[in-house]
Design a protein around this ligand. Structure first.
Ligand code: ZN
Length: 430
């Protein structure tokens, strides 16, 4: 009787993740598969080469991540990523540009960078530069940009000094931030139950449209060019490890290295008996449990910043991010590679991040690999919607034009897919 009541209570508590497991996710998988099958190669050519980037990424150098560089490389290759902009936390208040991987490793370019406490992200200083992470933000930003590096505002859900115009870019979406606003009692059962069978859909459950960040980005773009990018903020730190230690202890810790037990303290006979029953022989140093709810590769697939450049040198890729010649895409839904968006007037053309003068014959053009809903946003306001795979739309006046694309996915309705940086249409007087 008591067991029955307990099971019923558990089923009620877990009804949402269970309903996803048995009903919604199989249907969604079917709908996404059918949608992805409609992909066609994009014909419209913007003259650029596209590189898939992961921006904001942590390694074992960060206090809250254990992931070594070879594992990052493997995850990046598996997720078809071309470039990783690293952002480790400072070590002893120093950003040491000699510590991380740099340059091309196999097919993946690594760009060294750090995430400072004040929210500034810095990249691309030549080794062996070392910066003081406690220096004033404006000073650091000016120094990095002057030395040919790149800066961006991270975690833009927090207040940042946007009057520091040396900073070129800002996060308009951050996976970690999006995760943190979930109720843990809702999202944890979701991840625990559904990560096994529906890993990509389970993690996608954290998605909320970043309304505040998008509004902030639009405001910034009124007076200056502010490149918007997606932060993977990959840590792989939502997981559990259990190890039988050389000292005969049991080390239960989170994948961010937060310990729940003292690894030095030998375990008692009852615990030993239980562990042996559960995991088999206890040999010193053996890892008994390794569970990751946010594996690195999944964070890298979830969203990407697609950069337009002429080659994959660090300079060219940093220039694309600095110049807003990029768009972000939630590639877990469907691969956006190939997407193009620009303004065109006869022989003149301006892609994302670029300027063009307004004329009565100026048109916004675009093409995506899948049919989508294009929302045209002028100076922060949605002014038109077009449902099509392609876009060809007359530009009514000067302003900053960006597009958002959404995919129609079965019963789920329209799901956000692409946010593109604005093309700047200047009045003829400029
Ligand atoms: Zn971070």
């Amino acid at each position: 009787m008591l067991l029955g009541v307990l099971l019923l209570a558990l089923a009620v508590y877990l009804r949402a993740p269970l309903s996803n497991y048995f009903f919604r996710f199989p249907r969604l998988t079917h709908d996404l598969t059918a949608l992805r099958a409609q992909a066609v190669p994009v014909q419209l050519d913007d003259g650029w080469t596209e590189y898939r980037a992961v921006v904001h990424s942590h390694s074992e150098l960060s206090h809250d991540s254990e992931v070594p560089f070879p594992s990052i490389l493997a995850a990046a290759k598996a997720a078809s990523v071309d470039v990783v902009f690293m952002t480790d936390h400072c070590i002893d208040k120093k950003a040491d540009f000699s510590l991380q991987w740099d340059g091309l490793h196999d097919t993946v370019r690594f760009i060294r960078g750090w995430e400072l406490h004040n929210g500034l992200l810095i990249w691309g200083l030549a080794s062996p530069a070392t910066l003081d992470c406690g220096a004033p933000l404006a000073e650091t930003a000016a120094r990095v940009e002057a030395a040919g590096g790149l800066t961006g505002f991270g975690h833009t859900e927090m207040p940042r000094p946007y009057d520091v115009t040396a900073v070129s870019a800002m996060e308009i979406y951050n996976i970690h931030t999006d995760f943190l606003d979930e109720k843990i009692g809702r999202i944890l059962p979701q991840l625990l139950i559904n990560s096994w069978r529906w890993p990509e859909l389970a993690i996608r459950e954290i998605y909320n449209r970043p309304e505040a960040q998008l509004a902030l980005w639009d405001t910034q773009n009124r007076d200056r060019r502010m490149s918007g990018f997606a932060a993977n903020d990959a840590h792989q730190n939502l997981g559990l490890r259990l190890e039988y230690t050389g000292q005969g202890g049991m080390w239960l810790h989170q994948s961010n290295r937060k310990s729940f037990t003292d690894p030095q303290r030998p375990i008692g006979p009852v615990m030993r008996w239980m562990l042996e029953r559960l995991f088999g022989p206890l040999t010193p140093g053996r890892e008994l449990l390794h569970l990751d709810l946010d594996p690195y590769e999944r964070s890298l697939r979830y969203v990407n910043t697609h950069l337009l450049a002429h080659d994959n040198s660090a300079e060219a890729l940093m220039d694309a991010l600095r110049s807003a010649r990029c768009y972000i895409a939630f590639n877990l839904l469907a691969d956006a590679r190939g997407f193009v968006f620009f303004a065109e007037d006869g022989p003149h053309r301006a892609t994302m991040g670029e300027n063009i003068a307004w004329t009565p014959t100026l048109r916004l053009k675009g093409e995506a690999p899948l049919p989508a809903r294009w929302t045209i946003i002028k100076d922060g306001e949605a002014i038109a919607r077009v449902e099509s795979r392609t876009l060809d739309w007359p530009v009514p006046a000067a302003g900053h034009y960006r597009v958002e694309l959404a995919l129609l996915v079965g019963d789920e309705g329209w799901l956000d897919w692409i946010y593109a940086n604005p093309v700047r249409v200047l009045s003829a007087a400029h």
